[in-house]
Design a protein around this ligand. Structure first.
Ligand code: 3HC
Length: 691
């Protein structure tokens, strides 16, 4: 017997227990364990029925993602599924933790499923650019119906045990903490009652009801077109569920196989699988080992009740951590508080939290007008506007107020953390915690490590990020840290290019079609051209538009004109402003460019900046840069982020293009030495710093 499987027999019930930390992924060792253990129990005449259960923190969390793209090893997941489904003895899955992907599919091959009340089930393959490839797309609709299956599989959402019971995915819930005992009892009852071998594949009524109904799929495609844009997996999932409805079971399985293989070999899925591991890798810091002591964070102070400060505070309130919010003026404080309340009320209206949750969260919030109110806080985050003298003044004051050992953080986007820390006598407790707007939504949290920041402070920042549902990326100090610095060239080059002939809409379309939610000019109009251009002293197109009263969507239009429903159309006025500016500055025109060329001019410089960030040691690894772009700027995940994407394009091609752009007089395009080196050596940007 393989060491992951344990087989025991209790009163005629065979128990096959699998324990393969951390999450019982269905890799080859686990599949062998199931195969051998199951065959042993099947051959044992004393065994009347079998319980399949897992040790550790969860039931099988799915196929082993690291095996995709490698040569298949026998037995495959399909083989073990078939073994169980074809069993002459009833097999009962006993689920705790999360039965996900291949794990749930395996359970759907069992004849019955019981679960702990805290368990969750789901088919999250879509997040990896895949579809459930072990029969999930054929079996789940047979249990829960077509509409629910479409929703569950294309969203990858987890279902709690109660809902799973109600929808027919589960047959019974056990007592919490008594899964093994209750699953055995359930199985004994199956034997005593001589219950049938219920095979999900044989159930037809829920799919038969939709046979010939093409409308349900057409509607689903239409209403989700925006969310699915650019991703391959959702469409293949829909096709599989269509097959589940229209084809006999085995033919549906064959179709699922074809559509799965199409995905597993796609660049999109490779990128999404890479992103899955990249997200988990960021917390690993070579000189801050996992056992580095952390400081308990039981109360937080936030300075500044503006959009950023309020959003930051919400993260902690959501996690049940009390926050003291400090502002200088009562009016600003009141406004900040009411925005937070309004945000919660609107979430409650959408049914995502209850009114009681709103009150509970607001109850954890203490407003204050004096920094002295922060004397007991374990962590203080300063989120006032970007002014070094003001930040230094605040940190100097905090030094005299904060209790010993408290973490002193700045949410600065660009300023030097070391200089801010120098205003205190405890720079080892100072760090950057850089949130992305909207701070209660965006998942990236840059943890900025100053020259003197203590390891335990960094470890605490990384851990805290997880507590509040963020993905932490460690950054060293530089202007803009990782994400803002990385993405800055995109805006810079868009502004330069629009003066050379391509229109705002051509540039925006190219960026939109690449996979971003909107292009740089649409974004500018949305945020407000007066807001973005505020700090600029030079003449800019933005400034010229603002001078004409064109502030963006909110007033007068901006790069676009807007109707009363905020639909954008190209603006002749903006076109004239751009043309005048180009003429005044004698900017050479470039003519019409393809989308590919526009993308290269805007995004290759981002790749180049990423290489600089890596060669300067600002980011630890290429995949951290990608996580920052995906989580902080919604860089499309199916490209894997700028570093992974660059690898798929070919670094040599990117270097050649950058050199060509540089030769036109664009010194900013000069390729980074690291990029040139990696291209010459045939190495990958996304692998820089990888273990
Ligand atoms: N394969 C390989 N490794 C996996 C894995 C998987 N399916 N799921 C998790 N891991 C690894 C993680 O990389 C991590 O490794 P590390 O410690 O070296 O960084 C470790 O297990 C723990 O994972 P998390 O840090 O994510 O632990 P959490 O407790 O936060 O979450 C979880 C647990 C909810 C199970 C989460 O890991 C998860 O969502 N896993 C992926 C589930 C999934 O996508 N399953 C579908 C796989 S594809 C499939 O089944 C195809 C089939 O249809 C044919």
């Amino acid at each position: 017997m393989t060491n992951v499987a344990t087989v025991t027999v209790e009163n005629g019930i065979g128990i096959l227990s699998i324990d393969s930390p951390p999450v019982n992924a269905l890799g080859i060792a686990v599949r062998r364990g199931i195969d051998e253990g199951f065959k042993q129990l099947a051959a044992d005449n004393a065994v009347k029925a079998i319980v399949l259960i897992c040790g550790g923190r969860t039931f099988f969390a799915g196929a082993d993602i690291t095996e995709f793209g490698k040569p298949p090893q026998s037995p495959g997941l399909h083989d073990v599924c078939k073994l169980i489904e074809d069993s002459a003895k009833p097999v009962v899955a006993a689920i705790h933790g999360t039965a996900l992907g291949g794990g749930l599919e395996l359970a759907l091959n069992c004849h019955y499923r019981v679960a702990a009340p805290s368990a969750k089930v789901g088919l999250p393959e879509v997040a990896l650019g895949l579809l459930p490839g072990a029969g999930g797309t054929q079996r789940l609709p047979r249990l829960v119906g077509v509409e629910r299956a479409l929703d569950l599989i294309t969203s990858g959402r987890q279902m709690n045990a109660k809902d799973a019971l109600e929808t027919g995915v589960l047959d019974a819930l056990t007592e919490e903490g008594q899964l093994r005992r209750d699953a055995i009892a359930f199985t004994q009852q199956v034997v005593v009652d001589n219950k049938p071998l219920k095979r999900v594949r044989d159930r037809d009524e829920k799919v038969a009801a939709y046979r010939g109904n093409t409308q349900v799929f057409a509607d689903f495609r239409k209403s989700n077109a925006r969310a699915f844009r650019g991703y391959k997996a959702p469409e293949n999932i829909i096709k599989c569920i269509e097959a589940a409805v229209e084809l006999p079971f085995d033919a549906g399985m064959k179709r699922e196989r074809e559509l799965f293989l199409e995905l597993v070999t796609s660049t999109e899925s490779a990128a999404q699988r890479y992103a899955f591991f990249a997200e988990r890798e960021t917390a690993k810091i070579p000189d801050v080992p996992a056992d580095t002591p952390t400081l308990p964070i039981k109360s937080v102070g936030v300075i500044g009740a503006g959009t950023m400060g309020g959003g930051i505070a919400m993260n902690f309130l959501n996690a049940g951590i009390p926050v003291t919010l400090v502002e200088v003026r009562q009016e600003a404080l009141d406004r900040g508080l009411s925005v937070i309340r309004r945000n919660y009320e609107s979430t409650a209206k959408k049914g995502r939290i209850t009114q009681a949750d709103v009150e509970k969260r607001m109850g954890l919030l203490t407003p204050a007008l004096d920094l002295a109110a922060l004397k007991d806080a374990d962590l203080i985050i300063e989120a006032v506007f970007e002014s070094m003298p003001i930040k230094k003044e605040i940190f100097a004051k905090l030094d005299g107020i904060a209790k010993p050992g408290a973490l002193l953080a700045s949410n600065t986007s660009y300023l030097n953390i070391d200089e801010i820390a120098s205003a205190t006598t405890r720079p080892e407790h100072v760090l950057g915690l850089h949130f992305f707007s909207p701070a209660n939504v965006m998942r990236l949290l840059e943890v900025v490590r100053g020259e003197k920041t203590d390891r335990s402070v960094i470890a605490t920042g990384m851990k805290l990020a997880k507590t509040i549902g963020k993905v932490p990326v460690l950054s060293r100090v530089c202007h803009g840290f990782i994400a803002n610095r990385l993405m800055n060239p995109r805006g810079r080059e868009a502004n330069a290019l629009v003066l050379r002939g391509p229109t705002p809409q051509q540039i925006d379309t190219a960026i939109y079609n690449y996979g971003f939610a909107m292009g740089p000019f649409q974004m500018g109009d949305l945020v407000g051209l007066d807001v973005i251009g505020r700090d600029s002293t030079e003449r800019t197109v933005r400034g010229d538009l603002v001078a004409l009263g064109r502030l963006g969507q909110k007033q007068g239009g901006g790069f676009y004109d807007y109707d009363e429903n905020r639909n954008a159309t190209p603006s002749p006025v903006a076109a004239q402003v751009i043309a005048d500016f180009a003429r005044d500055h004698q900017i050479q025109q470039i003519g019409v460019l393809s989308e590919e060329e526009i993308v290269a001019r805007l995004l290759y410089p981002v790749v180049n900046e990423g290489a600089k960030i890596l060669e300067e040691g600002i980011a630890l690894r290429g995949s951290d840069v990608d996580v920052a772009a995906m989580m902080g700027y919604n860089w499309p995940v199916y490209t894997g982020g700028p570093m992974f994407w660059a690898d798929t394009v070919g670094l040599d091609k990117i270097v050649a293009k950058l050199r060509a752009f540089e030769a036109e007089g664009g010194e900013a395009f000069a390729p980074a030495p690291l990029l040139v080196k990696l291209a010459a050596e045939g190495k990958r940007l996304s692998q820089v710093g990888a273990k």
